[in-house]
Design a protein around this ligand. Structure first.
Ligand SMILES: Cc1ncc(COP(=O)(O)O)c(C=O)c1O
Length: 415
């Protein structure tokens, strides 16, 4: 039977099997639900979408304005302007001690597009990508769209939410093409140390057919003296099979500008550029000028923002850690609390529904308390909810109060 997309004017569009197998991103879904409830007049605190509430710095906006008025409004090189790629090389060298040439850099419409391009440019049907869970919502679906098979390796709290060398070794077979790493991690907030990456690199040396995507998008947001480490600097001998992905969205509060970048071997970057040249072409010229200003301009405000994140992280921790049935660990990086909620299972809501999952709990919170959090099952880790604390202290304090009240409104056992 045909899948009817629209019957207006008798037009029928058939949807592909591939797109039917793709899920709507859990964070996008929750954010949309929050927007819908808000426009219906409900008072909703939206802590589901992962973006800083800070304004993009003024010098970055000024650079974009200047670029627009001075005529930088045309197509650029598909992989990004040379000045921006040069600035990215400087960033990698300065912050990560990785040497890339401009030909080994691509700029895309967000880090998301670059991960997507890399998978699409490299995977053949049946190839596998190893994804430690909890994972960023989009990885498994991106792998599926690229005709690959996502191999989810569960890394629960006992594993510190990180993949170990042993678990990696066990997951690799002759079809494995990629390992996707993300540190600081979304949603877990955990950070891989140099020694943990060294152990993983040791396994990868035995498997030359396996490459690594290192998603470093939360590099700038790291707490308590944890040091940021990335595979290409920990294991420079593996540089020919590492794609280091980063961007300005999270670190510079520029989610809407849509600029991500990646460094990697020239043939891979060339293939990703070819693909981008047949899809979106270059990312916005004006946004590229803004990203250049962000990377090359003053960086002092980053420390101020980091302090704000630390205060917000502690505010949520102190307000929720005593709540019976919830389990909180201080995140080491990124801006999410990944809160255990399985201790609430079995309890009943005031409308007599029994909570049996993280999805039930998140549904209860948005409907009963007006707080939008994302269920852990969206990240391959049921039993948790993710709370984004990149919001004002006022909003966070109010959200925590509502969560506490909502939990105390739950009743124990059968009635
Ligand atoms: C782990 C991770 N990688 C990549 C991205 C995408 O970043 P961008 O806005 O640059 O596409 C996100 C955004 O939420 C993320 O959490």
């Amino acid at each position: 039977m045909l899948n009817i997309f629209s019957l207006r004017k008798g037009i029928a569009v058939q949807l592909s099997e591939k797109i039917k197998s793709v899920r709507v991103s859990g964070t996008v879904k929750l954010a949309q639900m929050a927007r819908d409830l808000k426009s219906a007049g409900r008072d909703i605190i939206e802590l589901s979408e992962g973006e800083p509430d800070f304004d993009t710095p003024k010098h970055v906006i000024d650079a974009a304005h200047q670029a627009a008025v001075s005529g930088q409004t045309r197509y650029t090189a598909v992989a990004g302007t040379l000045p921006l790629r040069g600035a990215i090389c400087n960033k990698f060298s300065r912050d990560n001690a990785i040497t890339y040439r401009p030909e080994e850099i691509i700029v895309g419409t967000g880090a998301k597009q670059l991960i997507f391009n890399a998978l699409l440019a490299t995977m053949n049907p049946g190839d596998e990508a190893i994804i430690p869970a909890p994972y960023w919502v989009s990885y498994p679906d991106m792998v599926k769209i690229a005709d690959g098979i996502p191999v989810i390796v569960e890394c629960g709290p006992e594993q510190g939410f990180k993949i170990s060398a042993k678990a990696l070794e066990n997951a690799i077979n002759e079809r494995t093409r990629w390992l996707i790493l993300n540190s600081p991690g979304n949603p877990s907030g955990v950070v891989y140390s140099t020694s943990e990456l060294t152990d993983l690199a040791e396994v990868l040396r035995r498997h030359p057919e396996v490459s690594v995507i290192s998603d470093d998008i939360y590099e700038a947001i790291i707490f308590d003296g944890h040091e940021f480490a990335t595979m290409a600097s920990v294991a420079p001998d593996l540089i020919d099979r590492i794609l280091t992905v980063n961007g300005v969205s999270k670190s510079f509060a520029m989610t809407g500008w849509r600029i991500g970048y990646a460094g990697g071997p020239e043939d891979l970057i060339g293939a990703m550029t070819k693909l981008q040249g047949q899809s979106t072409t270059n990312p916005s010229s004006v946004s590229q000028a803004a990203a250049l200003a962000a990377l090359e301009g003053p960086q002092d405000f980053l420390a101020v923002w980091l302090n704000a994140y630390i205060l917000r992280r502690e505010l949520v921790q102190s307000r929720l850690e005593g709540v019976h049935g919830l389990n909180l660990q201080l995140p080491q990086g990124a801006f999410y609390h990944f809160i255990g909620c399985s201790g609430l299972y079995g309890r009943r809501t005031p409308t007599c529904e029994r909570l049996t999952s993280d999805t039930d709990f998140s549904g209860y919170l948005i409907n009963h308390a007006g707080v939008a959090l994302v269920p852990g099952s969206e990240f391959g880790c049921p039993g948790y909810v993710r709370l984004c604390f990149a919001k004002s202290e006022h909003e966070l304090a109010e959200a925590c109060k509502r969560i506490r009240d909502a939990v105390s409104d739950l009743e124990y056992g059968d009635r």
